[in-house]
Design a protein around this ligand. Structure first.
Ligand SMILES: Cc1cc2nc3c(=O)[nH]c(=O)nc-3n(C[C@H](O)[C@H](O)[C@H](O)COP(=O)(O)O)c2cc1C
Length: 318
């Protein structure tokens, strides 16, 4: 049996990454109903709203799902942990990113949950395994949102992470269909995580303007902001991203940049639909997305396509 499916008690090793502002309960439930593993994001949500979305997901699926805590995005994550503890019988796993997971892994394990840790280097993956992580999610530079400062791509990262850990490894960044899923698994991943693909689904609560921008994207429609000051952030190119980049060049201090990359500007574009007034996290795969299907169908199609490709692996032609 697939090791990710075993740990998370799911049918196919496809995980929905935590999605700040737009990772809602109905989306998580749809991914889990498709046999994958949906997650409710906590970034951009009040603790109360986070709890509401957990309850919505419970109503909408009987299958396991998880929640995401991007550590440095919260000034105080205690109220979110309280909600996780309160609903620990409904949640299967907590994924941790954007910070040191050392403090939180014991909390997750004490509550009988699985700890998924996002990494972007082999070094940090080995460290996370030593701290007690159950699954490593290694994310390459192609990915939407915050990227690791080493800027390793998924293609190079996965085999290097596999070499240093013995727990299951999930590949994230640049995966969008059965071909990329199969490729990640040939590189050694036990499963995959997607973010951008799941934003472009009917259950995701992202604004229609943001979803339309993903459908219209070309191969070079994303760019990196805040590389030097805050770490790389992959977003769709727009007027706002350009302004941030110009400010970074002319006034390279946190004092100038931090106010421009506050969550309110992320919400303004991704949730409220003002697609020039703020910034939109988005991966390099956007141009490969052509429809706003149901997340449940997306999971089924991608897993079926990957299975089919493995069955017909004699198509190499040499
Ligand atoms: C709109 C958006 C918001 C994201 N927010 C978060 C987040 O809050 N926490 C997190 O761990 N990752 C976040 N990510 C990263 C995803 O969970 C996932 O790892 C990444 O999107 C995978 O790469 P892909 O976009 O090529 O599929 C976000 C990605 C996107 C596109």
């Amino acid at each position: 049996m697939n090791r990710i499916c075993e740990v998370l008690d799911i049918e196919v090793p496809i995980i929905e990454g935590g999605l700040a502002y737009v990772g809602n309960g109905l989306l998580a439930a749809a991914v889990s109903n498709g046999g994958g593993f949906g997650q409710i994001g906590s970034a951009g949500r009040t603790p109360e709203n986070f709890e509401d979305e957990i309850l919505i997901a419970c109503e909408a699926t009987k299958n396991p799902f998880g929640v995401n805590i991007p550590i440095s995005q919260h000034t105080d994550f205690t109220p979110y942990l309280e909600r996780i503890k309160k609903h620990k019988d409904k949640i299967k796993a907590v994924s941790l990113g954007a910070g040191n997971p050392k403090e939180l892994i014991p909390f997750i394990k004490e509550n009988g949950l699985k700890a998924l840790v996002l990494t972007s280097t082999a070094f940090h993956s080995a460290k996370a395994e030593n701290l007690g992580a159950d699954i490593i999610i290694c994310e390459g530079y192609e990915a939407g949102g915050s990227n690791g400062p080493s800027e390793l791509t998924t293609f190079t990262l996965v085999p290097q992470v596999k070499r240093v850990v013995s727990i299951p490894v999930v590949a994230a960044g640049g995966i969008v269909d059965g071909r990329s899923m199969a490729a990640a698994m040939i590189l050694g991943a036990d499963g995959i995580q997607m973010g951008t693909r799941f934003v472009a689904t009917k259950e995701c609560e992202a604004h229609d303007h943001f979803k339309a921008a993903i459908l219209e994207a070309k191969d070079d429609s994303t760019t990196i902001m805040t590389r030097m000051l805050k770490g790389p952030l992959r977003v769709l190119k727009n007027e706002y991203a350009k302004q941030v980049q110009v400010t970074e060049k002319n006034h390279p201090t946190l004092e100038h940049i931090l106010p421009m990359v506050r969550g309110t500007y992320n919400k303004l574009s991704m949730f409220d639909g003002d697609i020039q007034g703020g910034f939109m996290s988005c991966g390099q795969v956007a141009s490969l997305i052509n429809d706003l299907g149901s997340a449940e169908t997306v999971v089924q199609q991608i897993s079926n396509e990957a299975r089919q490709l493995f069955r017909t692996s004699d198509t190499l032609g040499f």
